[in-house]
Design a protein around this ligand. Structure first.
Ligand code: ZN
Length: 339
């Protein structure tokens, strides 16, 4: 009852990459960098295990950014001539690479860290991948001429990597789709179709993470413009409920998502965000258990998984570690109170 997990990323050690940045520079190169990424992966697993996290992840220690960590391994993308583009519905401008040819994987994307993590933990293992809609919103297209066609091409590559991750022994594969929350009308149209292509043939648990973004300024300003209740999810939850995705991950604590909307996700496991990644205050176990208790009014308790609101990559390492401990302790307390 109430197993715990993380949305995905954890801060990187300062010997691996610049701390407190969403786009950190690596501290090492070549073979040294490759070895250091695996060492950091092991450390991330150990910290989660010690905090009592049940479904552990690699902490995304091997990727510079959650989308570009995948794109680096894709042929048909020009990283040398990036262009400025408004992304997430023009919420912010970013320099993005350009798709200039047919997309193809260069090889395995997350094999090294997935196998290393698998070899060193007996707990369930989760690996995250960016979702096809979010990838398509983070690159410029000079080849396909059609956003949906390009997204489906990315979904095919994601499926190739996801099947290989499953064969590596990964238990949960999660797709991060913050763009679902921006292109609301397109989710039911083609967003779910693209996800279905990405999970095609998988037997392991599948998840999608949706959210209102990390705790960076552009996101905080946007959230402040959304009013007292965030009801965007109301339009996409029915489509997600009908999908073949097993789990839905989203923010709850300190968010203005009305919890009653969770009842629209009937039949799905819910990864309930009980840890805020946008502030440095460490949650208490009582607070964590309290959110789980609130969610139980709308979601059957056997479908609740305790998680973080979003990735923790840009946080201070000591704060993220304390929050992991609160997550583990809070889920345990919820088991004692409600199981
Ligand atoms: Zn998120």
């Amino acid at each position: 009852m109430f197993p715990s997990t993380i949305a995905g990323s954890l801060p990187k050690p300062s010997w691996l990459a610049e701390p407190n940045k969403l786009w950190p520079q690596w501290r090492l190169q070549g073979d040294d960098l490759a070895a250091a990424k695996l060492d950091a992966t092991l450390l991330a697993i150990k910290l989660q295990e010690d905090a009592g996290i049940d479904i552990v992840g690699d902490g995304e220690q091997s990727r510079q950014h959650f989308v570009h960590g995948f794109l680096e391994f894709v042929d048909g993308i020009d990283f040398a001539h990036k262009v400025e583009m408004g992304i997430r519905g023009d919420r912010y401008k970013a320099m993005v690479p350009v798709v200039n040819g047919g997309l193809k994987l260069k090889g395995r994307v997350h094999q090294l860290e997935a196998r290393h993590a698998r070899a060193h933990t007996k707990r369930q293992l989760k690996i995250t991948l960016p979702g096809p809609m979010t990838i398509s919103d983070t690159v410029a297209d000079a080849h396909y001429g059609d956003k949906i066609k390009m997204a489906m091409a990315f979904a095919g590559l994601l499926n190739q990597e996801a099947r290989a991750l499953e064969a590596d022994g990964v238990d949960v594969i999660q797709f991060d789709e913050p763009a679902f929350n921006v292109f609301i009308d397109e989710v039911g149209g083609w967003g779910i179709d693209a996800l279905h292509l990405a999970i095609d043939g998988l037997k392991c648990t599948t998840a999608v993470h949706i959210c209102y973004g990390y705790g960076i300024k552009a996101n905080i300003d946007w959230k402040n413009s959304l009013g007292a209740e965030w009801t965007q999810y109301e339009k996409i939850f029915p489509a997600l409920a009908k999908s073949r995705i097993g789990q839905v991950s989203l923010e709850c604590i300190n968010s203005r998502v009305p919890l009653k909307l969770l009842s629209l996700l009937d039949g799905k496991d819910i990864l309930v965000g009980v840890i805020d990644v946008a502030n440095d205050t460490i949650e208490t176990p009582e607070q964590v258990a309290g959110v789980i208790g609130d969610v139980m009014k709308f979601v059957p308790k056997e479908r609740i998984v305790a998680s973080t609101n979003c990735g923790m990559a840009p946080m201070r390492a000591d704060i993220a570690q304390a929050k992991l401990v609160a997550l583990g302790a809070g889920s345990k307390l919820a088991r004692e109170k409600y199981a």
